[in-house]
Ligand binder design. Structure first.
Ligand code: NAD
Length: 441
């Protein structure tokens, strides 16, 4: 469904009235197009004294051929290495760098603050100061959202300095258009980061995408296919024709299967006798009712699809050793699983459970040199959300720092970043793709 509000408040005459009365005026967000550079515009970088991430940051900016911003003029990205901040009195370094820099930030610009994982910062004072970066970054994200710009905090564990590349490329680029106000934690890596072709990072990889016949799943399949993966799309037998249309356009394969069927885990494991590199648990349903009107079958069917079947599929793939080295499991949670939502006790429980699955499995997957992470989408423009009543739909769109809904491709790009063989330092993370929704902040 087109965002008519956006079209109206940005129309020539209405625009100035909307500005005067303070209505949100969503900006058209930059999105990735094949062939476009990682970042189209100058990058301004700075560091607090004692930082340890300037070297990998400089190398990355050189590798991507980023233009550097001068003393004046607009900047497309502001990147600040705050990893050296070891005491609350040093937090003023943030003010010193960003105060003159923020007005220079362009539309759809990027702010990235780099820090040290607080618990590993070396002292109680350093822990406190590093934790403070979260409040700073989330607030700045709210201040710059009006121009379609985003801000993220990346905590880098000591010893993980060489695992920044794929995350910084993602966050600097338009691929992260609808990821805003997030905290990403980079560890030492479950496997060495391989040499990869950044235009085709998933080349040679096989990916399973459940619920791939439409909506977000179809966008995930297309994005992983674009990045070079051989995609096996899975959906219920009733959706086989649509599924075939999606995957055959990508040169992939269709697996018509209900993931709740008793033999589904074994069938999936058997299909990947040669191993699978990327598993995306996207299939999901809503069965909304307030709890007082929720019959058991409505609860149980949803929980089977959204959570229990995912656990069984993971177990079957891991027991049969079908997840390849440097493998990836990526789950699709939801903002409802974080904030809760009236009428969605079943759905929110399942999606919070997905986050629990990520947390509980991350150590085991690290032992197997693999990762598991989740995206938590907010309001995404799909058939599902187009069917919402206008009041909740408009509220969901506007109550975010970017004042608009996201697109299925925004979720897909985030999944492609998690799925990249270079993203070996990101394990057990949950990243919201919600335009910094004000819910569940
Ligand atoms: P959708 O209904 O368009 O697509 C879901 C797909 O899953 C469908 O193709 C469906 O056939 C498939 N599916 C359902 N049950 C299945 C089963 N038993 N076996 C195999 N396939 C099955 O939904 P969507 O909006 O594209 O959502 C995709 C995922 O994103 C879901 O997990 C959803 O909960 C999550 N999500 C969506 C939004 C949003 O705003 N659209 C927000 C947060 C989270």
């Amino acid at each position: 469904m087109p965002d008519r509000y956006s079209q109206i408040v940005n129309a020539p005459v209405v625009s100035s009235v909307a500005k005067q009365v303070g209505l949100p005026q969503p900006v058209d967000l930059d999105r990735f197009r094949p062939g476009s550079p990682v970042i189209a515009g100058p990058v301004l970088s700075g560091a607090a004294p004692g930082g340890r991430l300037e070297r990998p940051l400089k190398k990355l900016l050189d590798d991507i051929g980023a233009e550097r911003a001068g003393a004046e003029g607009k900047a497309k990205a502001l990147v600040f290495d705050a990893s050296g901040i070891a005491d609350s009195t040093e937090l003023v370094e943030l003010q010193r760098f960003f105060y003159p820099a923020v007005p220079r930030l362009r539309s759809s610009g990027r702010v990235i603050v780099l820090g040290t994982t607080p618990a590993l910062a070396g002292s109680a004072r350093a822990h406190t100061a590093q934790r403070a970066l979260e409040g700073f970054t989330r607030s700045l994200a709210k201040e710059i959202g009006g121009k379609g710009a985003t801000a993220q905090l990346v905590y880098v564990e000591p010893g993980a300095e060489d695992h920044l590349d794929s995350t910084l490329r993602f966050l600097l680029s338009p691929r992260s258009a609808y990821v805003d106000g997030q905290v990403i934690r980079i560890g030492k890596g479950v496997a060495p980061a391989p040499e990869i072709d950044w235009d085709l990072p998933l080349s040679g990889k096989t990916a399973l995408v459940t619920g791939a016949s439409r909506g977000i799943g179809a966008a995930i399949a297309a994005t992983l296919g674009r990045d070079g993966a051989k995609v096996v799309g899975l959906d219920v037998p009733q959706a086989e024709n649509e599924l075939r249309a999606v995957v055959e356009a990508l040169g992939g394969e269709a697996l018509a299967l209900d993931i709740t069927a008793d033999d589904a885990p074994d069938q999936i494991a058997a299909h990947f006798s040669g191993g699978v590199d990327i598993v995306v648990h996207n299939a999901g349903v809503t069965r909304d009712r307030t709890l007082a009107k929720m019959p058991e079958d409505r609860w149980a069917q949803l929980m089977e699809i959204n959570l229990s079947s995912e656990e069984r599929i993971d177990d079957a793939l891991l027991d049969a050793k079908r997840l390849n080295p440097n493998g990836r499991i990526v789950c699709v949670s939801s903002m409802s699983g974080i904030a809760g939502n009236s009428g969605q006790t079943n759905y929110a429980a399942s999606k919070a459970g997905v986050i629990g699955m990520v947390e509980s499995m991350a150590p085991e997957l690290a032992k197997r040199k693999a990762t598991i992470n989740a995206v938590a989408p907010g309001f995404i423009e799909t058939k599902m959300t187009a069917a919402m009543p206008i009041g909740p739909r408009e509220a969901s769109r506007r109550l975010s720092s970017l004042s608009q809904g996201g697109l299925p491709v925004d979720v897909a790009e985030t999944i492609a970043w998690f799925a990249s063989p270079a993203t070996t330092g990101v394990n057990g993370n949950v990243v919201r793709v919600c335009g910094q929704s004000l819910l569940g902040a």
